[in-house]
Design a protein around this ligand. Structure first.
Ligand SMILES: *Cc1c(COP(=O)(O)O)cnc(C)c1O
Length: 365
C-alpha cells in the first residue's frame, strides 16, 4: 500500500475549534466562537421554510445539476445558466479547479498568507506552488505578475483576502487582469464580497465578459449563514465552467442545500440586516483596537486581523480559557489573531477578554 508521495506531508485540515469541545474540555458554560467567520444572525427564515418543505424528499437523489437554483442565480447575476457550477461549498470548486487544470510540475501562484485550501488542493495535484508575500496585508499584484511563467496554469486571488481582510480595488484589479496572459486561469475568490460596501470594490462577475480566463467563486457559507449546508458556486465563461463540470461529483450538492440557497437568494431583507450588523461590528473592532494601541488590518469582510504583539497561539489559549475561540497560528503573522464579527454582545465580550489577557501578560513581563 503506497499513497501519492506528495500528499504524505499534508496536514489534516484544522477547523476552528467547535464550541461543544471547548465547553467540555474547559468546563465552561458559555463559549463564544469567533473563529470561522460564520454569520451570527443565523440564516434566512425563508431558507428554513424551504428546507422543512423538502424534508419528505430526502430519500430521493437531488438534482445533480441544481437546475432550479442555477436559474434563479443566473437571473440574479445576469449570466447564462451554463456559466454557473455549484459545489459542496466553494472549497469544492477550488478542489475541482485544481483537479481539472493541474498536473504534476505545473505552476500555480497564490498569496502568502491567503486561504489555505488553494495550496492544499494544488499540493494534492503535485503542482509547484509559488507563494507571493502580501504587502501590508494586501496581494502584491506586480509580484504575482512577475512570478508568471510559461508553466503557470492557475493564479489565485482572494478578495477580500482571508485571513487579512484586506481588499483589492477595481482600479488595482483591472490593470492586473489586463496583463495576465491568456494561458493562466485567474481564480477570484469572493467568499466575503457581499459584506463589502466600498464603492471601488470590483464585482468579479461583471468582469467575465472582458476576461475569458477568469473564474469567480462565491459561497452560501458566509453572509447567507448556511455554512453547515455546504454549498457554494463558481461563475465563469461557459467553456471554462464546462471543464470544471467534467470533474464534478454527480451529486455534490444536497436537496436541503439547494432549496435553502435558492430561498436565500430571494431574501434581501436578511442580507441587509446581516451587512448592517456586520459593519457596526467592524467599526467597533477597529475603534477598540485603536484604543488598545494595537495595529490591525482594516477589515472589509466579517473579520479583522489584529496584531496582539504576543505569540498568537499563547493569546489563543488564554482567550480559550475565557471562553472565546479565535483563530491564530499564521506563519507570516506570528503575533496576530483573526476574529470574526459576532453579535454586538459577543464582540464586546471578546474585547473585554482580550483587554484582560493583555493586562495579565503586561503584569507578567
Ligand atoms: C469560507 C471561505 C470559503 C468557502 O467556504 P465553503 O464553506 O467551502 O463555501 C472560500 N474561500 C474563502 C476565502 C473563505 O474564507
Amino acid at each position: 500500500m503506497k499513497a501519492k508521495q506528495n500528499i504524505l506531508h499534508l496536514p489534516v485540515y484544522q477547523p476552528g475549534k467547535p464550541i461543544e469541545d471547548v465547553k467540555r474540555e474547559l468546563g465552561l458554560d458559555e463559549v463564544i466562537k469567533l473563529a470561522s467567520n460564520e454569520n451570527p444572525i443565523g440564516y434566512s427564515p425563508l431558507a428554513k421554510e424551504a428546507m422543512l418543505k423538502e424534508l419528505d424528499l430526502l430519500s430521493l437523489y437531488p438534482d445533480g445539476a441544481s437546475v432550479e437554483l442555477t436559474d434563479v442565480l443566473a437571473k440574479k447575476l445576469n449570466v447564462n445558466a451554463s456559466q454557473i457550477i455549484f459545489g459542496t461549498g466553494s472549497s469544492d470548486i477550488i478542489l475541482m479547479i485544481a483537479r481539472a487544470f493541474l498536473v504534476p510540475g505545473d505552476e500555480t501562484i497564490m498569496a502568502d498568507e491567503t486561504f489555505g485550501q488553494y495550496k492544499h488542493n494544488c499540493e494534492v495535484e503535485n503542482a509547484k506552488i509559488i507563494e507571493v508575500p502580501l504587502i501590508d496585508g494586501v496581494h502584491d499584484l506586480d509580484g504575482m505578475l512577475a512570478a508568471i511563467t510559461e508553466k503557470t496554469k492557475v493564479l489565485w486571488i482572494c478578495n477580500p483576502n482571508n485571513p487579512t481582510g484586506t481588499i483589492l480595488t477595481q482600479s488595482q484589479l483591472i490593470p492586473f487582469l489586463d496583463r495576465v496572459p491568456a494561458h493562466v486561469l485567474v481564480v477570484l475568490d469572493e467568499a466575503y464580497c457581499e459584506y463589502v460596501s466600498e464603492a471601488d470594490f470590483p464585482d468579479g462577475v461583471s468582469l467575465l465578459d472582458e476576461y475569458e480566463n477568469l473564474v469567480v467563486l462565491r459561497t452560501f457559507s458566509k453572509v447567507y449563514g448556511l455554512a453547515a449546508n455546504r454549498i457554494g458556486y463558481g461563475v465563469g465563461r461557459a467553456e471554462v465552467v464546462k471543464l470544471i463540470n467534467q470533474v464534478r461529483e454527480p451529486f455534490n450538492t444536497g436537496r436541503l442545500a439547494q432549496v435553502a440557497a435558492k430561498a436565500s437568494l430571494l431574501d434581501d431583507e436578511f442580507l441587509v440586516r446581516s451587512r448592517t450588523q456586520n459593519q457596526a461590528g467592524l467599526d467597533y473592532y477597529h475603534e477598540q483596537f485603536a484604543r488598545l494601541g494595537l495595529s490591525y488590518f482594516k477589515g472589509y469582510g466579517n473579520f479583522v486581523m489584529v496584531d496582539v504583539k504576543q505569540p498568537s497561539m499563547d493569546i489563543f489559549q488564554r482567550m480559550l480559557r475565557k471562553g472565546i475561540i479565535v483563530r491564530a497560528g499564521w506563519k507570516k503573522y506570528p503575533t496576530s489573531i483573526r476574529v470574526s464579527v459576532g453579535t454586538p454582545d459577543e464582540n464586546k465580550k471578546f474585547i473585554v477578554a482580550l483587554e484582560q489577557v493583555l493586562k495579565e501578560l503586561a503584569v507578567q513581563n
